[in-house]
Design a protein around this ligand. Structure first.
Ligand code: SF4
Length: 248
């Protein structure tokens, strides 16, 4: 492991062979080892991004338990549910961790004045770009690694998620410690530890984003992210898998 790290850091060269080696190790080692490797490698140039979903709550807790203190941030589109903001406050109080708010350049009103009302209906890719993708890129511009809660089982489009990946959009190493975990496994852990979670999960929302683009799902017939941009072809906002179509 340390040999791989040494090869990655000095010249930032990530070959497929190096990535394959790391990913093979994390497949059996579990999420803690991915977090510890990331911290030993990148220190506080590694950050955790969360939307306060189940995976995010797991990762916040594991970082706290492991004594890893790195910046934690969320993308505040100004369109999140009250329950999400309340959970953010609860997490800060319980774990004593400040969580950085990353905001878009435009308020919702300014966006409406420039691009039209309810841009999430007329051009959701542009809306996501303005409110999520670009703020994320700006925030990550001086970081080296980004920890996420992305899991393969969340949707078909995420099924090939690796534990460690190069993110060419943001030019950082992306670490997905829960890549191989199922929702049930994360959920059991959250409940077993009595960790806080978003109460909307109990109301049929397995995945929670902005209010206009989040719906409850139809039981177990649909995948976890089926309630996001329901009725549209869009399945991703673009921060994990690019959905940009000339929106700049
Ligand atoms: S999820 Fe919807 S409201 Fe939120 S940024 Fe994307 S399009 Fe806009």
């Amino acid at each position: 492991m340390s040999k791989l790290m040494e090869q990655i850091i000095p010249n930032r060269t990530l070959t497929n062979g190096l990535l394959n080696g790391l990913n093979a190790q994390f497949q059996s080692a579990g999420p803690d080892q991915a977090l510890l490797w990331g911290y030993r490698t990148f220190g506080s140039d590694m950050v955790l991004g969360t939307g306060f979903g189940l995976s995010g709550m797991f990762l916040i807790y594991r970082l706290w338990e492991l004594g890893i203190r790195i910046p934690i941030f969320y993308l505040d589109t100004h369109l999140l549910f009250d329950e999400t903001y309340a959970l953010k406050n609860r997490v800060e109080q319980r774990f004593g961790l400040p969580i950085t708010r990353v905001s878009p350049e435009l308020t919702v009103e300014e966006q409406a004045a420039r691009y039209g009302d309810k841009l999430w209906e007329s051009n959701p890719d542009r809306c996501c770009y303005l409110r999520k993708v670009r703020p994320l890129r700006n925030y990550l511009s001086d970081k080296k690694a980004w920890v996420t809660g992305v899991r393969r089982s969340q949707s078909e489009s995420r099924s090939d998620t690796q534990f460690v990946e190069w993110d060419p959009e943001n030019e950082v190493i992306k670490i997905n410690p829960l890549a191989s975990w199922t929702s049930d496994k994360v959920w059991n852990y959250i409940q077993g530890k009595g960790l806080p979670y978003n109460p909307l999960h109990d109301e049929g929302y397995p995945s929670i984003g902005c209010i206009p683009c989040t719906q409850p799902v139809n039981g177990e017939k649909e995948d976890e992210r089926a309630g996001r941009w329901s009725g549209l072809e869009k399945t991703e906002c673009g921060i994990h898998l690019s959905s940009r179509k000339n929106v700049e």
